[in-house]
Design a protein around this ligand. Structure first.
Ligand code: MRU
Length: 354
């Protein structure tokens, strides 16, 4: 296990691992498409395999896409592939999570700056740095998030609703939103984690439930459409989600289904909190409408349940929650609340790395 390899508690395989066997470097991934039933390694020896893994969601979630993208550049450099081609392929493998292009660019800049001979080692060192910084960001977000919850929710014993998957599977560390939840669990403050199923690819039931079970959290799964009745019953103290891209005005793209939760939370006066490292903030994207939303194949929806042959499906991977519906954004550099463009820019100005 390398320095920054974290894994969902008790998992055999780390989320992302760099290996150097005699026949050349390999990026080893925990194949998330096979979870929860099988923990299977996916060994990428070339960029095409890694791009396939990113597109199929074998590796997924914004922060770890940045880590994997950076290692992808190191892989291309070490194996003698055209690094600029690799940069192009990797950065465009999925469009919404800005961390992917960020990680790829960091490793690419290190490669370019080091010259032909030293380039591969420089790209790898930078990928390791992206990995380590993301792990550190997780730890800091967990601490900030836990303090914020204590301020927002009176009485202790939190009932937290989350959507998609945001734990060690998406991070160099213990994750974003689920990292905060794990911290509250460890300090005995988690009364219940409500896990949205997260249709159509079921990151909630397949992955968050898997991570919650391994950590011994008290958790309950619900169909996404059951969230409204849960709020109405007064069973939610806070909503915690991650982010794939946060625009300069604080609008946040996250897994489709996050925006309806923000609307519900607003109606029921429940805090809606986004937890994301500053690498997820894109100050060059001015607002939510400017965020490119990945459209996935309709078959991901139609294959879930019997549908008449030829049925078409609407399948955006993400939706955008406007800043006005977000109570706070928790980053490694502190908490932004209320969410304004100025506060977001100030927190990003403290960013380490590039
Ligand atoms: O399509 P996915 O599974 O990559 O989507 C992931 C999410 O939407 C997560 O909530 C987001 O990346 C934040 S993870 C810290």
């Amino acid at each position: 296990m390398g320095d920054h390899d974290t894994r969902p508690e008790n998992t055999v395989i780390p989320t992302v691992r760099w290996e150097e066997p005699p026949d050349g470097p390999v990026l080893v991934l925990l194949d998330q498409t096979r979870l929860p039933h099988e923990e299977v390694e996916l060994r990428c020896t070339d960029v095409q395999a890694l791009v396939g893994a990113i597109r199929s969601l074998a590796v997924r979630g914004a922060p770890v896409l940045g880590v994997a993208g950076a290692y992808g550049v190191a892989l291309a450099a070490a194996r003698g592939y055209d690094v600029e081609d690799a940069v192009d392929l990797l950065a465009n493998a999925r469009p919404t999570a800005v961390n992917l292009a960020y990680g790829v660019e960091r490793a690419a800049a290190a490669y370019r700056g080091a010259g032909q001979d030293e380039g591969p080692a420089a790209a790898l060192a930078e990928a390791r740095a992206v990995h380590a910084e993301d792990a550190a960001a997780s730890t800091a977000m967990a601490a900030h998030g836990e303090r914020l919850l204590a301020e927002l929710v009176s009485g202790g014993g939190y009932r937290i609703l989350t959507h998609c998957n945001t734990g060690a599977l998406v991070s160099g560390g213990e994750g974003t939103a689920l990292g905060v939840v794990l911290a509250t669990h460890r300090s005995g403050e988690l009364r219940r984690l409500w896990v949205d199923e997260t249709r159509p690819l079921l990151q909630g039931s397949r992955l968050t439930a898997y991570e919650a079970a391994r950590a011994g959290m008290p958790y309950t799964l619900l169909a996404d459409s059951a969230a409204g009745s849960l709020f109405a019953a007064g069973e939610v103290d806070a909503v915690l989600v991650g982010a794939d891209r946060i625009a300069a005005d604080g609008s946040t793209a996250n897994k489709v289904g996050s925006y309806p939760l923000a609307v519900l939370a607003h109606h029921h006066q429940v805090p809606f909190v986004v937890v994301a490292p500053t690498t997820t903030v894109d100050l060059e994207t001015p607002d939510g409408a400017s965020i490119e939303i990945e459209q996935r194949p309709g078959s991901e929806v139609t294959d879930l349940a019997p549908t008449p042959l030829g049925t078409q499906a609407y399948n955006p991977a993400f939706d955008v929650t406007p800043a006005a519906l977000i109570t706070a954004i928790v980053t490694e550099n502190g908490v932004i609340s209320p969410v304004t463009a100025d506060r977001l820019a100030a927190v990003c100005a403290k960013r380490t790395g590039v």
